[in-house]
Write a protein that binds this ligand. Structure first.
Ligand SMILES: [Mn+2]
Length: 167
């Protein structure tokens, strides 16, 4: 489908122009923009860390929000099963760009936004990588369970603290 590919190319170019303007606006106001690896599915753009890296590499001041759950889904789509070390490698590669981190779990198929430990992600290498790069920004437990909002939030926070050994 050459038309669809042409359309996609145009959309990506317009998106790039748009975020270039956003970055100027943000810089003037002392605001950091952390673009997220939004890849809950391949239709999202940028759909994985590679695509995001390519988008941001020469945009001055552009930072990244590293979403662990999305990175796992992208790595599973690429055929990996034990994704912990793949994600850890991406964190190390993007170390200079990471301004914000989202932590949540899933079963590798859909973007479940579960408390860490409730899905299949091996968080140990990921936590080590986040510590190794000296990340000192926020860790967001990005959870979703509208039927048990407070219980899920409380449990997710406890699991996050345990994972990172935060007291
Ligand atoms: Mn996120």
């Amino acid at each position: 489908m050459p038309e669809a590919l042409e359309l996609l190319k145009g959309s990506k170019e317009r998106y790039r122009e748009f975020i270039t303007q956003c970055l100027v606006y943000a810089r003037d106001r002392g605001v950091t923009i952390g673009f997220e690896n939004a890849g809950r599915d391949p239709r999202s753009y940028p759909s994985d860390v590679e695509e995001l890296k390519f988008l941001l590499y020469d945009l001055e001041g552009a930072k990244m929000t590293f979403d662990v759950g999305h990175a796992h889904l992208a790595a599973r789509r690429a055929g990996g099963k034990a994704t912990g070390f793949v994600i850890a490698g991406q964190i190390k590669e993007m170390r200079k760009h990471i301004a914000h981190v989202h932590v949540h779990d899933n079963h590798g198929k859909t973007d479940d936004h579960l408390p860490p430990g409730d899905g299949e992600i091996d968080f140990r290498p990921i936590v080590d990588a986040i510590k190794d790069i000296g990340y000192n920004g926020l860790l967001i437990a990005e959870l979703w369970n509208p039927k048990k909002i407070f219980e899920t939030g409380k449990r997710g926070l406890e699991k996050l603290k345990r994972l990172f050994r935060i007291t």
